[in-house]
Design a protein around this ligand. Structure first.
Ligand SMILES: Cc1cc2nc3c(=O)[nH]c(=O)nc-3n(C[C@H](O)[C@H](O)[C@H](O)COP(=O)(O)OP(=O)(O)OC[C@H]3O[C@@H](n4cnc5c(N)ncnc54)[C@H](O)[C@@H]3O)c2cc1C
Length: 567
């Protein structure tokens, strides 16, 4: 059986080929969907819009949040009921119980199947608390976040050079970095060996392991194929029309089409139309422009979670580029470390700076009716010289901070440089220092959650001083934070088999969605580290298996005349 039919045609020509299952997108959701479908016996064609494999997944931490899994013998403290209670406690009516149950019930199976089907072996990210550890059913000591380990890229042959590369060294695993609980240092010879052998960790490992399994089963992603339209016959999705460098191409799918094209965060029209608040700084893969959403809408998909994203504060450093544009660097550790606060243009703190990044998005979207403006945008992370000397900032170190950091000898002049009323910023810093001295942030509760200290000062982990520290030593420094995201959450709504549903709740035959392209299964919440990839791989798996099991129409060559391109 040949997988991934050759669909290249002469310039301008439309070439029709056939397969069982078409998968659109090569992030975690698409790769898992393709692997699940081929593993279930289907002929699979996998298409990618860009000229590289992996999407945002390849530049991510690769961590997958899967409750009640069996990795390493499982987590004694976890159970189905606990995981469901946790999600329910964070739902605000947005999490559908049937989808939450599908995630919790099928996630462990997905991980076990990935371990059987690929060369990946997951391990628990020890100690990483769920992101809302004080909620019912949460695991304060962690256990649900899984790391995919390392993957040797030479196993991919020439495909090793066609995987999206992250901005930073891809040769560490997340647990080895400060974000994953490590100290960011591994023995020099270990690192050099990994570099020489091109052994990669984090999202690069996840993508590498999945791609390797697909290549070994004869499925080669077809790059530079941008899906543009779904082809339908009598309401059933039966194929896809692509835009390629050599012209339009149509491919028929006898059993199903799986949309795994990521979110719409790079499409300004869509983000303006749908997102609940400002989002100026996506940190994801730029080809994610919502093509899957638009295609699904055109065939009658009902959509959900359109206002939401995986929010994250970011900074943009002049000259630091990724994908030919200024990189949005996510800010986790920097705002958690002691001796730092975040202030708005009124010079006031407005949130627990150490809260999880997704929840912090809500603070950025706070709207002030009196001024008819967003109260907390712009905002700045302010830190003192002692912070700079101990930790540097965002990977930068030296005698003085770089010139994109605003510095001043005292708080008054820093306020002036930021156009903030000096007396207010002085009052804020004075109050903050008094709260730190008393050992408790009674204003916003920073340091009270088991999560807050995780990315803070490791020497004080487990105490509020992992994140509480005074701003006393000048000069003082400030960097503007932006409202960013890791991807949007809105998209076609699905059932528990990842089948896209219409406005009546009926499945659109032949159409599936997974990952950030689907209406998010976990509502507004980011359950814990890996909270986006856990659902993405689970619903990719469900989509692939279900599509492969559909009664096929492949092999019928008379389909074309009756096919209708949905525009
Ligand atoms: C720095 C960083 C770290 C992160 N770390 C983590 C983490 O550790 N754990 C976690 O859970 N989440 C993490 N995330 C978020 C996570 O990476 C994403 O939510 C996840 O990768 C989304 O997977 P996906 O498969 O839905 O989309 P993607 O991985 O973005 O893949 C979508 C693919 O579809 C392709 N595509 C788009 N349109 C079309 C089209 N029309 N036709 C064909 N192909 C198309 C795109 O080019 C892309 O390759 C992180 C994000 C960032 C930026």
């Amino acid at each position: 059986m040949s997988h991934g039919a050759d669909v290249r045609g002469a310039a301008g020509a439309v070439v029709r080929t056939e397969t069982d299952v078409i998968v659109l997108g090569t992030g975690a959701a698409g790769l898992v969907a393709a692997l699940a479908a081929v593993d279930a016996g289907a002929e699979v064609s996998l298409f990618e819009k860009s000229d590289a494999v992996g999407g945002t997944t390849a530049i991510s931490g690769g961590t997958c949040w899967i409750p009640n899994h069996h990795v390493g013998g499982g987590i004694a403290a976890d159970s189905r009921d606990q995981a469901l209670a946790y999600l329910d406690s964070l739902s605000h009516g947005y999490i559908r119980p049937d989808l939450a149950a599908a995630l919790v019930d099928r996630g462990p199976e997905t991980v076990a199947w990935i371990e059987q089907t690929t060369r990946l072996a997951f391990s628990v990210l020890e100690g990483f608390p769920d992101y809302h550890p004080e909620h019912p059913g949460a695991l304060r000591q962690g256990g649900r976040s899984l790391d995919p380990g390392l993957f040797p890229y030479p196993a991919l042959g020439e495909w090793a050079h066609r995987v999206v590369r992250p901005a930073k060294d891809p040769h560490l695993t997340l647990p080895e970095t400060s974000l994953g609980g490590g100290d960011g240092r591994i023995p020099r010879d270990t690192l050099e060996r990994r570099r020489a052998d091109d052994v990669r960790g984090c999202g690069a490992a996840l993508v590498g392991g999945l791609l390797d399994a697909l290549l070994r089963r004869g499925v080669e992603p077809q790059l530079s194929h941008r899906a543009r339209r779904l082809l339908t016959r009598d309401g059933t999705v039966v194929g896809v029309e692509f835009e390629t460098p050599s012209g339009p191409v149509s491919v028929e799918a006898g059993r199903g089409v799986i949309i795994a094209t990521g979110g719409f965060e790079w499409n300004e029209e869509l983000t303006t139309a749908y997102l609940r608040g400002p989002m100026s700084s996506p940190a994801s893969y730029p080809p994610n422009t919502g093509d899957g959403l638009l295609m699904a809408q055109a065939v009658g998909a009902s959509v959900g979670m359109m206002g939401e994203a995986w929010w994250v504060p970011t900074i943009q450093v002049p000259g630091d580029e990724l994908f030919d544009r200024e990189r949005a660097q996510i800010v986790l550790r920097e705002r958690t470390l002691p001796r730092s606060i975040i202030v708005n243009r009124a010079g006031r703190r407005f949130t627990n700076e150490a809260a999880n990044y997704n929840a912090l998005g809500g603070a950025f979207h706070q709207f002030d009716p009196a001024s008819f403006d967003y109260a907390n945008l712009p905002c700045w992370l302010v830190f003192d010289e002692e912070y700079w000397r101990r930790h540097g900032f965002a990977g930068y170190r030296g005698a003085e901070p770089p010139d994109w950091v605003t510095s001043a000898p005292d708080i008054e002049h820093l306020a002036g440089a930021l156009d903030i009323e000096p007396s207010q910023l002085i009052e804020t810093v004075t109050r903050w220092n008094a709260l730190v001295a008393a050992g408790r942030d009674t204003d916003f509760g920073r340091g009270e959650s088991a999560y807050d200290g995780w990315n803070g000062d490791a020497d004080h982990r487990g105490t509020p001083y992992a994140t509480l520290g005074p701003l006393t030593t000048g000069p003082f420094h400030a960097v503007e934070l932006h409202s960013g995201c890791l991807g949007t959450k809105g998209g076609p709504r699905t059932d528990v088999d990842a089948r896209v549903i219409d406005n009546d709740g009926a499945a659109i035959q032949g159409l599936y969605a997974a990952g950030n392209a689907m209406a998010c299964v976990t509502g507004m919440v980011y359950g814990g580290a890996g909270g986006t990839l856990g659902p993405a791989i689970t619903f990719g798996y469900l989509a692939g298996r279900h599509a492969a099991g559909r009664a096929g129409t492949a092999g019928r060559t008379n389909a074309a005349p009756a096919m209708r391109a949905a525009t």
